[in-house]
Design a protein around this ligand. Structure first.
Ligand code: NAG
Ligand code: NAG
Ligand code: NAG
Ligand code: NAG
Ligand code: NAG
Length: 212
């Protein structure tokens, strides 16, 4: 047996269309093949990266949920402003909204919110432990008893109310909760409620409600 004996030549029977067209398929050299391969791999990687990026920016983006009063009503308003020691007493019936725009649940602990008149706390409310599901707005109905009992000096209050007829209250609360997006993104967040409630005493209603 001879070394380097060539294999029996394979007989080439060109197909008829090739014969007619006279076109021979260009054989790829090995380098060309591997560089094409590289291009494909790179293209797939870029596409994968883009898909992941889009997925990440849309679904995994963590935004602090909104936390504010949806509405506020005044009930059982009692007040006296014309005396030397004016006072007021009423209940704020509120709906609190926790707007979760994330693609994951937000679970929060109970907390205590406050209502201020000037530098003094005139009312407190409790926000119970809860959960705002993914892409929903959780609504809680909370009533707050507000009274001037804690105000040390209501002289300024008296003149404010008799001058403008309005009483300005500021409400504040801070939640502490965990956002969990598909077990990939887990983050502790602290949404804050900051609202200014302007009460119309003579009308016994809320004149204005501003939250930020
Ligand atoms: C304050 O006004 C009420 C009615 O709104 C009246 O009954 C009361 O006597 C007044 N008090 C004073 C100190 O003027
Ligand atoms: C306000 O209301 C509460 C509860 O109804 C009562 O205990 C308190 O004495 C009232 N305050 C005034 C100044 O009337
Ligand atoms: C949350 O609830 C627990 C049990 O009811 C209570 O001890 C705690 O003071 C509450 N926390 C706040 C901030 O209200
Ligand atoms: C109460 O406030 C008024 C004006 O806001 C002030 O003139 C008065 O001195 C204050 N009284 C006390 C006891 O602080
Ligand atoms: C009275 O009005 C003044 C000015 O608008 C404000 O600074 C002050 O806090 C008000 N006092 C009360 C008790 O609402």
């Amino acid at each position: 047996m001879q070394p380097h004996q060539p294999l029996a030549p394979v007989q080439d029977y060109p197909r008829s269309d090739m014969e007619l067209g006279g076109i021979k398929p260009k054989a790829l050299r090995p380098e060309e093949k591997s560089s094409k391969c590289l291009v494909y791999v790179l293209a797939i990687m870029v596409i994968q990266g883009t898909v992941l990026l889009i997925f990440g920016t849309i679904f995994l983006r963590a935004t602090t949920p909104g936390f504010e009063f949806g509405s506020v009503r005044v009930q059982n308003l009692k007040y006296r402003t014309n005396s030397s020691s004016p006072w007021f007493n009423f209940t704020l019936v509120t709906s609190i909204s926790i707007e979760n725009t994330n693609f994951g649940d937000f679970r929060f602990d109970n907390t205590t919110g406050t209502v201020w008149c000037g530098p003094v706390v005139v009312g407190e409310f409790k926000v119970p432990t809860g959960r705002a599901q993914a892409r929903t707005t959780e609504r809680l109905y909370v009533s707050v008893d507000v009274g001037s009992l804690g105000l040390p000096n209501t002289t300024g209050l008296s003149s404010n109310i008799s001058n403008s007829g309005f009483l300005e209250l500021i409400s504040h609360a801070k939640l502490s909760g965990k956002l969990n997006i598909m077990n990939i993104v887990k983050r502790t967040m602290h949404p804050e409620l900051n609202c200014i409630i302007k009460l119309d005493f003579t009308g016994g209603s809320v004149h204005d409600l501003q939250c930020d």
